[in-house]
Design a protein around this ligand. Sequence first.
Ligand SMILES: C[S@@+](CC[C@H](N)C(=O)[O-])C[C@H]1O[C@@H](n2cnc3c(N)ncnc32)[C@H](O)[C@@H]1O
Length: 212
Amino acid sequence: MTDAAFFDRAAAEYDRSHRRHVPVSEEFYGAAVAAIPYGPDDSIRVLDLGAGTGLLSAMVAAKLPRSHVTLVDASVEMLRVARQRFSGEPGRFEYRVMDYAREPLPGAPPGDDRGYDVVVSALSIHHVADGDKRGLFGKVHNALVEGGIFVNADQTPGETPQADKNATLKAQLAWMEEAGFEEVVCVYENERFVVYGGRKARRDLSTERTDG
Ligand SMILES: C[S@@+](CC[C@H](N)C(=O)[O-])C[C@H]1O[C@@H](n2cnc3c(N)ncnc32)[C@H](O)[C@@H]1O
């Protein structure tokens, strides 16, 4: 069964079983939301990779009531639950059924080609093979505006020894830097759950050559 087929079948029960599988959900997702350096007055564009039923998107949207959120997921049924969750605010949320590891990331809202201010993800990127993760971090970097940030709340392999876990997190932070992110930092770590992120650099216009 593909991941999409698995999550299609799990969608109806996903929210109910989430708490059981992620006992630290509140502080874990809370750490990801707290790492987003914007507030209620900011009209920003957010992309949620592997958004599922919209649990993280909902927390981000509550913190940033003027944001526009694009939810991407390979599972039609997970996004169906998300559409219901956000049905009271038509137009503010956009949905794309796609494999974000293999396909180009969607652009920011129609008529707005500036890119995203924030890309978030929760418990999704660990489904992606390591080789594809590295490529994905590059695509996320490209999809962001200058100064935009990427925050990933995810799990490192729980069944491997502690040293492997640390190596995996270390490797992911290194891939973030390799993709061009600055200020790469892990802001939360609790057993297998981690939240890390980084910022896309702003171009330093003062050092750029001008012709003429
Ligand atoms: C455990 S759920 C997490 C959902 C949500 N982010 C949350 O925190 O509740 C993982 C989600 O990632 C999605 N996913 C995994 N790999 C994906 C890929 N390559 N492209 C799109 N979605 C993917 C799955 O379909 C699933 O909905």
